[in-house]
Structures are given as structure tokens and as C-alpha cells.
Design a protein around this ligand. Structure first.
Ligand SMILES: [Zn+2]
Length: 308
């Protein structure tokens, strides 16, 4: 595996976030959190990746002008229109959540667009931190995320118009809790949450749809019912974080790892294929372990739910 020169931040400053090629001409800066969202949500200073507080508007990464404007015109404008109608978007994402794509290619479905957008924010935040951080420990965390084959596959995939994303489980939840905006990232397992008004989007980054193969149907409906019940009982309670905890706990407990093959200019998601004779029992979740991990994650979030 190739590793990124973690000390060569100067080089990274002149490397395009989108296509990984050097920037020879005048570089542009890609805003990781788009201006329209900053204005709409009234967002200012926030701690983003967990290290320190920065102004969201200043979170920018180097990019070629053409790569930057391409992302804007292909994705951001459509995303902006979708986010203008959060209720419709929520319904559309829910309607598409049963399907698991085995062949992954260019698509303009809301799931594909939002997955790309969230994946760009996720990797962009760590790219930004890698350029800025003074903390060697945090720098190595960020470099670890960006020096993976996954990130290179994502850049390659984007160059071939397949989206800036590997197959990832995307979830949409509805939350009536008072907090109108939230943004969270997790390093291990890789995940991002964004809350815009009532819409909560959670992406299990590059999980090869493994989360979706466990958290779906009735289990997912139950999770939604818990969120609704808790938030109705107490409007201050961030019930959507129960969903965040569930996705994180699940990713830690799924006895399988995502696996992708890049071939003939397309990504093949091998994460769900298997050679074992009885996959149902081989890959069964250890419910006891899941329950313990879920409790630990909820504890970290300072959420107490009797019976969970
Ligand atoms: Zn570029």
C-alpha cells in the first residue's frame, strides 16, 4: 500500500483534493461545507473533526479550478435543490433504501448524489485538518484516512464520473429535536452525520453496503419508532443520535469487512459476496456484543435510554 508523505504538507497544498494531480496553474479552493448551507443554517464556529474549533467557512481544500467547478455544477447545485425540500428528499431516500447496488456506476439518483456529497465532506474535513493541524497525533489520524487505497479509488472513481464515493450505506432519518444543525464524523468506523432542519443523513463511509445488509426493514423501522417516541416525549432530546450510535455500533460488530475491486474502470463491490457454506450463521451478528458496544457508544454521546 502506498502511503502519503505525511510531512510533505507543502506538496499536499498543491495537490488537487478531487483528482490527486498536482496543481500547476493558479489553484482554487473548494469549500467543504458549501456557502448556501452556512448561510441557511447560520453556522459559524464549530468543532468539526474533533480536534479544535474552526470556522466552517474557512474549511477549504486545494483543487483545480476545473475540478472544483465541475463538482459544483454536477453535484452541489442539485444537492442545494434537494435540500430545499427536506421532506421530499427524506421520502425519496427512504423509498430507495431497500435497494443494494451490486454494480456501482454513474447515477443521478438522490442516494448517489447525497452519498457523494457526504463522502466529499467527510474526506474534505480530514484533508483540511491534515493541512492545518499542529498536532502530530491528529496528523497521523488524518493521514491514515487519506493514505488508504479507498481514498485513491474514490479520486479515481470521481475522475471517471462514478461519483466521489465508494459504495456506502446511506440512511435518512426524521428528527423533530430542537437542534436544527449537526455535523459529526467518526474515524473508526468511518461515518458522517449531518442534520439539516428535520432531515438527518448518516453515511457509513465505504462500508460496501454492509450496514444496509443488517440494518434494514423491521430493524430500521423500530429504530425510527424509538427516535420518534423519544423526541416526542422530550423535544430537547437528540433522538437522531440513537441512529448514529446504532450505525457506529453495527459497523464495529459486523463480522465482515468491506472489499472493493476496481476493474475495467468500474468499482465492483465484493463486500456482500462470500465463499462460506452457511453465510446466515457464519455472518450472524453477536447480539450480546452489539448491545454492549451500543451502550458504550451511547455512553460516549452521553445518552441514557433505559432498556437499550
Ligand atoms: Zn483536479
Amino acid at each position: 500500500m502506498r502511503t502519503m508523505a505525511t510531512t510533505d504538507v507543502g506538496g499536499l497544498e498543491r495537490t488537487c483534493f478531487f483528482c490527486s494531480k498536482p496543481i500547476e496553474d493558479k489553484k482554487s479552493k473548494e469549500h467543504i461545507i458549501p456557502d448556501f448551507l452556512l448561510a441557511r443554517m447560520g453556522i459559524k464556529n464549530e468543532t468539526i473533526t474533533g480536534e479544535r474549533t474552526v470556522e466552517y467557512a474557512k474549511v477549504k481544500v486545494p483543487a483545480h479550478r476545473v475540478c472544483n467547478s465541475e463538482f459544483g455544477s454536477i453535484y452541489e447545485n442539485t444537492i442545494r435543490a434537494h435540500l430545499g425540500k427536506v421532506q421530499d428528499l427524506h421520502e425519496a431516500l427512504k423509498a430507495g433504501e431497500q435497494g443494494i447496488l451490486l454494480d456501482y456506476g454513474p447515477s443521478d439518483s438522490p442516494e448517489a448524489l447525497l452519498s457523494t456529497w457526504l463522502s466529499k465532506i467527510y474526506y474534505g474535513l480530514f484533508y483540511f485538518d491534515l493541512l492545518r493541524t499542529k498536532d502530530p497525533e491528529w496528523r497521523s489520524v488524518c493521514a491514515g484516512i487519506l493514505s488508504t487505497d479507498n481514498f485513491r479509488m474514490i479520486q479515481r472513481s470521481y475522475a471517471q464520473t462514478h461519483g466521489f464515493c465508494l459504495p456506502s450505506s446511506l440512511y435518512a432519518f426524521w428528527s423533530t429535536s430542537k437542534q436544527s444543525f449537526d455535523l459529526r464524523t467518526c474515524v473508526d468506523p468511518a461515518a458522517i452525520l449531518i442534520k439539516i432542519d428535520e432531515l438527518v443523513l448518516i453515511l457509513a463511509v465505504a462500508d460496501g453496503f454492509l450496514a444496509k445488509s443488517y440494518l434494514a426493514g423491521e430493524t430500521l423501522a423500530n429504530l425510527r419508532a424509538i427516535i420518534e417516541e423519544k423526541e416526542q416525549a422530550n423535544p430537547d432530546f437528540p433522538g437522531y443520535l440513537v441512529a448514529w450510535a446504532e450505525v457506529l455500533a453495527l459497523r464495529k460488530c459486523i463480522p465482515k469487512s468491506p472489499y472493493f475491486v476496481y476493474s475495467d474502470d468500474r468499482i465492483i463491490n465484493m463486500s456482500l459476496s462470500t465463499m462460506v457454506r452457511d453465510p446466515a450463521s457464519y455472518y450472524r451478528l453477536d447480539e450480546e456484543r452489539l448491545s454492549a458496544v451500543r451502550r458504550a457508544v451511547l455512553d460516549d454521546l452521553r445518552i441514557i435510554i433505559p432498556g437499550l
